[in-house]
Design a protein around this ligand. Structure first.
Ligand code: IPE
Ligand code: IPE
Ligand code: MG
Length: 211
């Protein structure tokens, strides 16, 4: 059986828009609430034994959304990075952004550079935020990440939407109907707890039958 000391969790943070619409709010309010949920997840991750966390924030297909929503998201990413960098660095989080950079606005690129430089020495948690990310494109370029152990998707859909297709070859999948802004520490802990009860066989025999 494969043994690994790292624990890589990836999350498709879906449902911000529906969360807002159900409350009679604009979708942007859902994205803002989603940023708060990111803060919570990052804060609790090391306590759950997570050493690497990869978050799907914006897919390459999300460019097809209305320009106003795309622009809200780009501003929100930059704001999150500017606001959080100091605290992330203090907590030992190393942040990197994955995905294409050539289509991102200049202000976001500057915020990414500052956040990556400001957190470069973190050793407690590797936090990767996927922006303008497409797994198919990443595979074609050969940009591969470590294998994912646990893939979580909120928002009720049970699909990968072009996220970490290669790295999820043996990932355990965990889906919830909960919308991303409602995802809190207890839900992440529950997903991790269930992960530990799964029997990962990697094509071999169940652990108790292996001799
Ligand atoms: C996830 O929430 C965030 C992004 C894709 C940027 P959505 O915006 O997809 O929310 P729903 O799925 O429409 O509710
Ligand atoms: C996947 O969610 C992308 C992110 C969460 C960033 P989408 O809302 O874009 O995925 P689909 O359209 O439901 O497949
Ligand atoms: Mg969605």
């Amino acid at each position: 059986m494969r043994q690994s000391t790292s624990f890589h969790v990836a999350i498709v943070m879906d449902g911000n828009g529906r969360w807002a619409t159900r409350r009679g709010l604009p979708r942007a309010a859902g994205h803002r609430a989603g940023a708060e949920a990111v803060r919570r997840a990052v804060e609790i991750a090391p306590g759950c034994g997570i050493s690497a966390l990869t978050l799907y924030a914006f897919s390459s297909d999300n460019w097809t959304r209305p320009a106003a929503e795309v622009s809200v998201l780009m501003r929100l990413f930059a704001r999150y990075l500017r606001k959080e960098t100091a605290e992330l660095a203090e907590k030992g989080v190393k942040l990197t952004v994955i995905g294409r950079r050539d289509r991102l606005p200049r202000s976001l690129l500057d915020a990414i550079t500052a956040a990556e430089q400001g957190t470069a020495r973190g050793t407690k948690l590797e936090l990767r935020i996927a922006v303008d990310y497409s797994a198919r494109a990443a595979i074609q370029r050969g940009d591969l990440l470590p294998d994912v152990d646990l893939l979580i998707r909120t928002g009720g859909e049970q699909r990968l939407s072009d996220f970490l297709l290669w790295e999820c070859a043996y990932a355990e999948l965990w889906f919830t109907d909960r919308m991303w802004p409602d995802f809190g520490a207890a839900h992440l802990a529950a997903a991790v707890h269930e992960f530990h009860s799964r029997d990962r066989r990697f094509g071999g025999l169940p652990t108790r039958e292996a001799v």
